[in-house]
Design a protein around this ligand. Sequence first.
Ligand code: SAM
Length: 208
Amino acid sequence: MQNPVGKFLAKQLANPSGFWAVLVARSMNRANRLMYDEALNLLNPAREERWLELGFGSGLHIGELLDRYTIHHYTGTEISSAMLQMAQKANRLAVQAGKVDLKLGADSLKSLNTASYDSILSINTVYFWTNPDTVLQNLYKLSKPGGKLVLAWNSTEFLAKQSYARQFQKYSLKELQAKVEQQGWSASTGSKVHKGKQSFCMLKAVKT
Ligand SMILES: C[S@@+](CC[C@H](N)C(=O)[O-])C[C@H]1O[C@@H](n2cnc3c(N)ncnc32)[C@H](O)[C@@H]1O
């Protein structure tokens, strides 16, 4: 049986809420920094791109992203209203300027225009997708032809050691790569990153 702390943490990571949301967000920012760096290196936008992120968390990375790359527009979706509020506060000026659009709800993907994003990313969210095939299919529809998808998630070995992750849906690189390709994405390349105690998978695919 999962201990109560592990259970609580799992719930917060899946959908941060209430008093603890800020603390959870801070710890996610620290822990997931390397994953974001690796994902951004893979996406490496060369021109004015339209970006979509599923599960942006506190959204503190969005400002840095806009500073570092010539991104034309960023859209993000979240299911946590606490995370949405934090991200709106952190990116107030960019939201007001219409450069950043932050949406609440898993279904908000359906409200977006198809074939309109150059780069799509999602970091540490795959464990919580109730229907991964539908999510990957929706992302495929939203991508422009030639658009890129990057996913990053903790490896099964890493998650096996975390008591909070017992109920997480865990994926090997091969398993998620197969799912991504089943939904039409092609030219997928995967890699595993091991650094210190971290061990995670990175997957990049293209809509051809
Ligand atoms: C572990 S956190 C990761 C946050 C951030 N991407 C990071 O790596 O620091 C997972 C986030 O995904 C959000 N989330 C989970 N399922 C989602 C879904 N179907 N659509 C959008 N956001 C989702 C949660 O609310 C949570 O903020």
